[in-house]
Write a protein that binds this ligand. Structure first.
Ligand SMILES: Cc1ncc(COP(=O)(O)O)c(C=O)c1O
Length: 339
């Protein structure tokens, strides 16, 4: 793709040549279909439209210096996709089918994988929804599984640029025993009021608190939260946050870099003890947090006083990205090559 300005790609949708589709009917998955259309023909009574039977995933393919395309822990996305489907009573996509779909869609759209060194990646978006008609509230008998790809730029153009977050107490993205642990569209719809309010106020995202007591940190919009103090990587444990694959990986990496790690409830007041803080996820990679503002107490928590990310955050960021692009040996066994 000679006409794409790889270095200035936004984190947004760009048309590619092919997507992959499957249908689940009569209790079984059908064969892989390759489509060149960006559109779907959907039944007006599909449960995905009316009752929110929809789940998705997000992962990236990275072009290495050696010209090899790498995937980062795709099996974890496949497993989480099954957990999400099960969580809202949809047909599950077996790991083998998930693999077939993502490998095929990458191979077919190989020319859209951004070159090494541009900071851009190929974002892979698997999507599953109830496509059969129902009017009463019940699970669909039919499902559609689609995977499309789109080249995306880095979330923050200047590289790892520290961002500001706004604590949110008046909106919950998920209930304590609700769907927060599943990657389902409804959670994102529920988060939009808070996200828009944060963006309107000049913040990168809202920082959600636990829905039951509003005492503990949950997550930062579409990314998990971590804080660092005393050489310890600390990240919230909660029954209403998405289990981030990036966060899981950072916990392991922090351990291997000689840091202690804790996954536990994190009270809001503890923010004043952290020397560094960040948001992590596939899209955000690691976004260091400069400031967190609590509008109810008017308190400002600051983490990068000189405007630069902290040392531990940068160490983790560099190691993660080096593994993803194949610049560093994959000591954890997280990388798969797409031949
Ligand atoms: C709500 C939410 N939390 C956290 C994450 C980060 O998860 P991961 O690291 O698996 O991309 C995401 C993105 O997938 C998300 O949507």
């Amino acid at each position: 793709m000679d006409n794409l300005d790889w270095k200035n790609l936004p984190f947004g949708y760009h048309k590619t040549d092919y997507n992959i589709r499957y249908t689940y009917k009569d209790g079984k998955w059908g064969d892989l279909k390759i489509s060149t259309s960006e559109y779907i023909d959907i039944h007006i009574a599909a449960t995905g439209l009316h009752y929110g039977q929809e789940a998705f995933e997000g992962l990236k393919a990275y072009m290495g210096k050696d010209g090899k395309i790498r995937l980062f822990r795709w099996e974890e996305n496949a497993k989480r996709f099954i957990i999400s489907a099960d969580g809202i009573k949809m047909a599950k996509v077996p790991v083998g089918l998930f693999r077939e779909a993502i490998y095929k869609v990458i191979s077919l759209n190989r020319k859209f994988v951004p070159p090494y060194g541009t900071g851009a990646t190929l974002y892979i978006r698997p999507l599953l929804y109830g496509s059969g008609p129902e009017v009463g509230v019940k699970p669909s008998g039919e499902y559609t599984f689609i995977v499309f790809v789109t080249p995306v730029g880095p979330y923050f153009k200047e590289g790892v640029k520290p961002v500001n977050m706004l604590i949110c107490r008046d909106v919950d993205r998920a209930a304590p025993k609700g769907t927060g642990i599943f990657k389902v569209g409804g959670n994102y719809a529920a988060s939009l009021r808070a996200l828009c309010a944060a963006r309107d106020g000049g913040y990168a995202s809202s920082l959600f608190l636990d829905a039951r007591e509003k005492k503990y940190i949950d997550e930062c919009g579409p990314a998990n939260f971590f804080g660092i103090k005393n050489n310890t990587y600390i990240t919230p444990k909660s029954e209403s946050i998405l289990n981030s694959i990036t966060n899981m990986s950072l916990i392991e990496m922090a351990g291997s870099l000689g840091m202690k790690t804790e996954r536990r409830q994190v009270p809001v007041e503890e923010l004043s003890e952290f020397t560094e803080a960040g948001a992590c996820g596939t899209a955000a990679v690691i976004s260091p947090i400069a400031k967190i503002f609590d509008p109810d107490t008017n308190q400002v928590y600051e983490f990068c006083k000189d405007g630069k990310p902290g040392e531990a955050t940068m160490k983790l960021y560099n190691k993660l990205v080096s593994i993803q692009y194949g610049d560093e040996p994959d000591e954890f066994g997280w990388i798969s090559i797409v031949e």
